[in-house]
Design a protein around this ligand. Sequence first.
Ligand SMILES: Cc1cc2nc3c(=O)[nH]c(=O)nc-3n(C[C@H](O)[C@H](O)[C@H](O)COP(=O)(O)OP(=O)(O)OC[C@H]3O[C@@H](n4cnc5c(N)ncnc54)[C@H](O)[C@@H]3O)c2cc1C
Length: 340
Amino acid sequence: MRYDLLILGRGIAGAVLAESARQRGLSVHLFDRKQPGSATLAAGGAVNPVVLRRGSLCWGAEFLMPSARSFFTAWDRRTGLSCWHDDVLVQLFADAKQADQWKQAMARPGMAAFLARRPEPEIDHGPFRAPYGHGTVTDAGWLDLPRLLDAQREELLREEAITECVVAEDEVQAGLHGASVAGIQGRWLVRCTGPFSDHPGLVPVKGESLTVRIPGLKLSRIVHGGTGLLAVGNDLFRVGSTFKWTDVWEGPTAQARDWMLDRLSEMLDAPVEVVEHHAGVRPAARDRKPILGKTGPSTAVMNGLGARGVMQAPWCAKHLLDHLLDGKPLDPAVDAARYA
Ligand SMILES: Cc1cc2nc3c(=O)[nH]c(=O)nc-3n(C[C@H](O)[C@H](O)[C@H](O)COP(=O)(O)OP(=O)(O)OC[C@H]3O[C@@H](n4cnc5c(N)ncnc54)[C@H](O)[C@@H]3O)c2cc1C
């Protein structure tokens, strides 16, 4: 059998590309083996279209956000799962200056649909410390990544559509009309190998996060102060994350753990128990935009999802498939050719 698409890597990039291809009726085979440093394994799954420190929209927010929402809700409908959650994000202001900057940001053209100042009962009457007040990002979301990816894995294993192994470069062959990986043939091979890739333009950025238990804390919002706090159910919360540009593969560190717990205790007066400590490497591009496109007559890349993989992946997968299958031009902002 010859597949329409072979996908190397099943973090959020490969997973979303596979589901996107399936929605078009394409046949897909994936190759993946979880490895320490995988970005998706460390991600909380928060979706936030606003650059909080600047009070402006991040690149592409106006098309990335609706694309993510409609893609993940369609995926939920197909599987009967409930992994996508519309949400809001509450920013706790660090000082009066930040509160004032938020007010100014709300007045900028196009920002009224995303930013508000309004009462947030869980914050105002909960154990949070917000002496300078808070602002709300009204259009955010949360994707339960472990649940979605586990369900996809079960489905792929049932359909014999995934090979769980580390693929060595000498197992890959690519020619004019097709590619093969470990003897499995496809028309296109798309590399979605995230930080494990040495594609030009990629800058690896380490991040650490925690899963903590905070008994009895009622929270339906994502909260951001010195660090982020996201409820994932059963009194469990994701905390983080950190950013580091050196020693990116060193794994979890006590220093990052203590930093996150210190920031959390500044935001919140409640007992916190650490349940898990995660470390991953974000595949960021130098210009912080995705890296998409052909790398040969039968090979392509989908990478550079950086710190916003959940929001960017659905639009990127569609854009890349439109390009590979229908010959539509790539947006130059994301074209891998910019780093050639
Ligand atoms: C601490 C932390 C918190 C984050 N929080 C968020 C968040 O809340 N929201 C958000 O949107 N983003 C978040 N991110 C960013 C997000 O994790 C990334 O944008 C995204 O996961 C990148 O996905 P990817 O598929 O490109 O890479 P990865 O997730 O790293 O996936 C690459 C996959 O390819 C596999 N692979 C590579 N080479 C091979 C090979 N030769 N053979 C077989 N398999 C191979 C790897 O094992 C891996 O499974 C966070 C990142 C970190 C580090």
